[in-house]
Design a protein around this ligand. Structure first.
Ligand code: PLP
Length: 365
């Protein structure tokens, strides 16, 4: 196998471009691609460029530092910082034309003061807390708060948004949050203050609850081809972007009753062929029984505990060093996807992908 690395991740940028174009077509709204957390571990700059090629209007990050990284790579698409901007980041956000989230009286005072002292304006989206209990003001306070922000000076309210706490489950809370958000939007409209971009839906709501689409959907999972819910497939024209591969490090016959791994947590039943794969919990796999990999189009079970950077697998026949091993992806007629590992580990898909360690090189194809 012709690879420079024992293990690596391939990110299919055409899949991301394709997924974005499909979301825009299917929802009929603008799309903000959420690329926070290094695009859930896929690589924020490359994913953003592929998303822009797919027609997104906005990019969303959690922190200003992530927005700076996009600007430094030459991306000029509007960027919204969904989380906090610290006091010493606001000047740079104004200079780099990055939109901030206005979520409290303190953030209003900070933004206004920084913008006025630079003789500039800061663009913001107003965050409404409709039931997430995270950042935001309450819907009932919306129009009064907006008037105060306008009076403070230096602030241009370009959008307003809220975030759903249970969009992955079809729960009645989604409707309750939608109604609360609608109250805020109506109050803004009545006061002649409705901003250009009104948005609420993440992946789950964008596909399951069309009324939440409004002016724009904010999507992370589906741009990467990850599922909305672990147990529910996306239409087949959405393609997973991430494949994780490795090269087989070794393949040996071990005698019956031979201990494998730390604590000899597995003992061979009879004579067994045991392969060594250069991937472990230090790369992002979790120490949970049931891990498998693909070799030669077949699933091979991990024997015993994972090591930090290797694991041992049970094989049916001998393979040479360098044989292709798939950790995530398709090989022959078999596949292991992010949602399979998320189900095994009982975590969300992004909890898994975001924590695939940096030392696993990302190759963009
Ligand atoms: C405010 C906000 N909007 C949208 C998203 C995107 O969510 P998803 O990846 O489920 O589409 C996130 C992600 O957590 C978020 O924090």
């Amino acid at each position: 196998m012709n690879s420079l690395h024992p293990t690596w991740i391939e990110i299919d940028l055409a899949a991301i471009t394709n997924n974005c174009a499909h979301i825009i077509r299917e929802t009929g709204t603008a799309l903000l691609a959420v690329v926070k957390g290094d695009a859930y571990g896929h690589g924020a700059v490359e994913v953003s460029k592929a998303a822009v090629a797919g027609g997104v209007d906005w990019l969303g990050v959690a922190r200003f530092g992530e927005a700076r990284e996009l600007r430094q790579s030459g991306i000029e698409t509007p960027v919204l910082v969904l989380g906090m901007a610290s006091p010493n980041e606001v000047d740079e956000a104004i200079a780099k034309n990055v939109t901030l989230t206005l979520h409290s009286v303190e953030s209003m005072r900070l933004y206004s003061e920084r913008a006025r002292s630079a003789n500039r304006t800061v663009r913001v989206h107003l965050k409404i807390d409709t039931g997430m209990g995270r950042l935001g003001i309450l819907a009932g306070d919306c129009s009064l708060f907006t008037r105060q922000a306008v009076a403070a000076g230096g602030i241009v309210i370009d959008g307003m948004y809220s975030h759903l706490a249970m969009a992955e489950e079809q729960d009645k809370l989604n409707d309750i949050q939608y109604e609360r958000f609608q109250l805020a939007v109506n109050a803004m409209e009545a006061a002649g203050l409705r901003p250009r971009w009104v948005h609420l839906a993440n992946s789950g709501a964008a596909f399951s609850l069309p009324k939440t689409r409004l002016d724009m959907v904010r999507v992370g999972n589906v741009i990467l081809g990850l599922r909305i819910r672990i147990g529910q497939a996306l239409p087949e024209y959405y393609r997973p972007a991430l494949t994780w591969k490795a090269q087989l490090a070794s393949c040996r016959d071990l005698p019956p009753g031979w201990g494998v791994g730390y604590g000899q947590s597995y003992k061979t039943k009879g004579g067994e062929i045991i392969g060594v794969v250069p991937v472990g919990f230090g790369d992002g796999l979790r120490q949970i029984p049931g891990n498998q990999v693909l070799i030669d189009g077949q699933k091979a079970a991990v024997a015993g505990r994972l090591c930090l950077d290797q694991c041992m697998v049970q094989l049916q026949k001998h393979y040479p060093m360098g044989e292709e091993v798939v950790i995530i992806g398709k090989q022959g007629n078999s596949a292991i996807w992010v949602h399979d590992l998320a189900a095994l580990y009982q975590i969300s898909q992004v909890d898994f992908t975001t924590l695939i360690h940096k030392r696993v090189p990302r190759i963009y194809v």
